[in-house]
Each structure stands twice: as structure tokens, then as C-alpha cells.
Design a protein around this ligand. Sequence first.
Ligand code: NAD
Length: 364
Amino acid sequence: MELTNLNNKTILVTGAAGFIGSNLVMQLLGNNEQIKIIGIDNLNDYYDVSIKEWRLQEIEKTIAKHNDSSWTFVKGDISDKDTITGLFAEYKPDIVVNLAAQAGVRYSIINPDAYIKSNLIGFYNIIEACRHSYDDGAKGVEHLVYASSSSVYGTNKKVPYSTDDKVDNPVSLYAATKKSDELMAHAYAKLYNIPCTGLRFFTVYGPAGRPDMAYFGFTNKLLNGETIKIFNYGNCKRDFTYIDDIVDGIERVMKKAPERVTGEDGLPVPPYAIYNIGNNNPENLLDFVTILQEELVRAHVLPEDYDFESHKELVPMQPGDVPITYADTSALERDFGFKPDTPLRDGLRKFAQWYKDFYNIEEK
Ligand SMILES: NC(=O)c1ccc[n+]([C@@H]2O[C@H](COP(=O)([O-])OP(=O)(O)OC[C@H]3O[C@@H](n4cnc5c(N)ncnc54)[C@H](O)[C@@H]3O)[C@@H](O)[C@H]2O)c1
């Protein structure tokens, strides 16, 4: 398996102050030489902006250790076409990683506009800019890597979820926008020969993760003495993927763009690929919560005598929920020799420690 080198490349990362984006930037700075990274993020307040600012400070610390590389942060919105056109004209990225999006399934009921704006118009602006990067015979973008989501699988019953499965039945606007991105990418790959890879992430967790996700919300609630609700009485299985595994996977994928091949009709065969990035090892929700509890106690976020039983409510399944979801990651293994392998306990330990430090929690 031939993976190109990212040394000397110019890379545009959208959503760079986000959970996955910021970790990707740090990983790329750490692993490559003379890499030029441009990050864009609108720093919106969907969740606590101070976490996004903290992540940007961590990037600044990382770049200070790698001064042969460069890092430029632009506060801007990918749904603004002029901003994106200007960025591409100024920096001429070799590789684009689109992670900016309105994430979250439930919020798409409250604020659907945000999904249309960032996930459809924003993604369209990025892919249009990729198309025009080849104007006047320019070398242009070598590879567009973009975030899709496991939510495109909707309520599919067949597990593990495979990229060969039909995903035409989204059950949230969020999922519908992510599936639309995959469709737009396919059309543009075919029309303009843009090498595109979509990545369907499965529940990513870790330090400085997203506060809207269950493990983070559970922690906040337990600390405030509130009760957490565990759906389907805890009998759900999910793939939880640690952030370091995710960024490792993204970096590998960035290094190998789908090949440009001419078909029998003399037209390009779309250089287009989709992969799942998940653990391929579903964990029972109740086990997940137990490990989280133990690690919160270990990190002194919660006291040793915390009465977990009285702060847990086992409730039935929510409409639309599926009892078990996990990723078939065989294609990722085959093409990139890669499989996430961080044990849940190690990942949750790092989260608990970060949480304690970030919120400056007194020893319990
Ligand atoms: N974390 C997960 O479990 C998970 C699972 C599946 C898919 N994804 C996808 O991965 C990507 C990254 O997710 P994340 O968990 O890091 O989320 P995140 O919300 O932490 O990061 C997204 C970043 O994009 C920025 N952003 C949003 N709209 C923007 C816009 N219009 N212009 C510029 N910046 C904008 C936000 O400010 C945020 O910092 C997203 O596309 C998300 O849908 C994440």
C-alpha cells in the first residue's frame, strides 16, 4: 500500500477549532515536516466556545514545537462563498479536509437552518472551489476528504454497517445533509475529476470532545447531582471511537486519493471513495457508563462514595433509536492497513482527566 507523504503540502482544514479538526491539525503538525496548514472555523456557539478557544491554544502550543511548519487560522464561515473562493485563491491547497458542519441529530429539529447553511451550502462552496482549483491548467486540489456520518445508516437493521448497504432512508435532517454531501461529491468527482473520499465517523469521544454528546452530558449531570437517562435499559450497543484513532485514520486516508482513471467512454470514472471509521467492536451502553463512572472517580471528578444507582434511570428506547450499531471497517483495513484500537477505558481515562483540568474541579 503506497501512501504519499504530506511533507511540504498545503492543507486546508475546515472546522479546525472543532473536536476532530483541532486534533487533526495537531496530528499533522506532529507527524510531518514543512507542512502548511490553513484552518477555518466560524467559532459558532452551538456549544461552549471556550472549548474551541482552548483547542486553538493547544494548536498554538503544538506549532511552537514545529517551527518548520506553518499554521494560519481564519475565523470565517464556509457558507460564505467569497470567503472560500478567497481562501483557495490565496493558499491553493493541495489537500482539503472538510470537517466544518452543524453536527448533532437532535438540534436539527430546533435549528434546521444551521444544517442547510453549513452542511449543504458550505459543502457546496468547498467542492465548487475544488472544481475551480483546476482552472487554467492549474494542478489544483489533489484530494478532498470530507466528514460524513454513521447517521446515514438511519434505522438499518443489518449490522455491522457496511458502505455497500443502501442508505436512502435518513431519519434526521442531519443525516439527510450528510448523505447529500456524499451525492454531491460523487457528481463532482465524475464531472470534474476531483478525487474525493468521504468518511463516515462513528461516535467519536475523547478529551475536549463535544459537550452535546452523551458521555460529556452524563458527566455534567452526574457532577451536578442530576439523573442520567439510559435508553433501552442500557441494552444498546454502539461503536465508540477514540479521537486519536480517528485522526490517525484521517491522516492515512489523506495520503492516498482515489485514482483518476478514464473509463471506456473516454470520460473519467469518478475518483470517489467512502469509508466507515469506527471501532468494529460495539460496546454495551451500560458497560460504557460503568467504565465512565469508574474513571470519573479515579480522576477525582466524582467522590469515591458517589451514589451512582440513585442518579441513573433506565428507560425504554426512544422512537427512531436502533438497539445496535457498529461499523464494518474491513475496507479501511484493506486499503490503509488501519483499525482503531484504543480500549474504551484508556480513552475515557483521558477524557476524565481532561475534564477535571479544564473545569478546574477540586479534588473529590
Ligand atoms: N464527533 C462525532 O462523533 C462525529 C460523528 C459523525 C460525524 N461527525 C462529523 O465530523 C465533523 C467534525 O465533527 P466534530 O465532532 O469535530 O464537531 P465540532 O462541532 O466540534 O466541529 C465542527 C466545527 O465546525 C465549525 N463550523 C460549523 N459550521 C461552520 C461554518 N459554516 N463555517 C465554518 N466553521 C463551521 C464549528 O464551529 C466547529 O468548531 C462534522 O462534519 C461532523 O458532522 C462527527
